[in-house]
Design a protein around this ligand. Structure first.
Ligand SMILES: Cc1cc2nc3c(=O)[nH]c(=O)nc-3n(C[C@H](O)[C@H](O)[C@H](O)COP(=O)(O)O)c2cc1C
Length: 215
């Protein structure tokens, strides 16, 4: 059996050049996201969200990207969770898209703001009923005594909101939008001589500069 710590994969054959990268990093990101999906990356919209809590402790977890445009990257969660508390203390975060099987990663850093109620309501309403029940029953990141206790809470919510009745969005649940100030595109290359292009947002807020970083 191959030692998983001793593997050496060549990240080969593709390049990322200044001449073929889009001027707008959101367009570049969208092209790579579509490419990752087309090439079979599992959950291509999954991203690792890193935050810093009130006392400076970093933490990371996976969340799903639900929208992206010129205004930023949107994800949904329980705002009373550990990540929600960290974002309340430090509304600045990093998103990492680890597209290992296509030898790419994208790293996005920026300020995070709450998605407004109408947009959070619309997304909540689009979720499957089971997810709305779970989101209502579960106070994310809070301890609970047992799985049975959690299942009992779900059963209570199912009684309160029987099939056919709307499950309202809990006040603690909603979206965040990260407005990028830095976006780095990483393309794996042979012999670890990778391509790294980083976009930095300029003072006008809509202009971007591009720089190549050493691998
Ligand atoms: C593939 C994947 C997708 C996930 N998507 C979300 C999501 O969109 N929102 C969310 O709140 N948690 C999501 N989770 C769960 C989080 O990783 C995490 O466990 C949870 O949000 C609690 O994090 P916290 O205690 O750091 O706040 C996902 C986990 C995985 C593995």
């Amino acid at each position: 059996m191959t030692d998983p710590l001793a593997r050496h994969t060549d990240y080969g054959n593709r390049s990322l050049d200044e001449s073929d990268v889009a001027d707008d990093p959101i367009a570049q990101f969208s092209a790579w996201l579509e490419d990752a999906a087309a090439r079979g990356v599992y959950e291509p919209n999954a991203m690792v969200l890193s935050t810093v809590d009130a006392d400076g402790t970093p933490s990371s977890r996976t969340v799903l990207l639900r929208a992206v445009d010129a205004h930023g990257f949107v994800f949904y969660t329980d705002r009373s969770s550990r990540k929600g508390q960290a974002l309340a203390a430090h509304p600045l975060a990093t998103l990492l898209f680890p597209w290992y099987t296509v030898h790419r990663q994208v790293n996005v850093t920026g300020e995070v703001a709450l998605v407004d109620d109408a947009e959070s309501d619309a997304y909540w309403a689009s979720r499957p009923r089971g997810s709305r029940i779970s989101g209502t029953a579960s106070a994310q990141s809070q301890p609970i005594g047992s799985r049975a206790e959690l299942d009992a809470r779900v059963a209570e919510v199912e009684v309160a909101f029987p099939e056919g009745r709307e499950v309202p969005r809990p006040a603690r649940w909603g979206g965040y939008r990260l407005r990028p100030r830095r976006i780095e595109f990483w393309q794996g290359r042979t012999s670890r001589l990778h391509d790294r292009l980083v976009f930095t947002r300029g003072d006008r807020g809509t202009d971007w500069s591009v720089e190549r970083l050493q691998p």
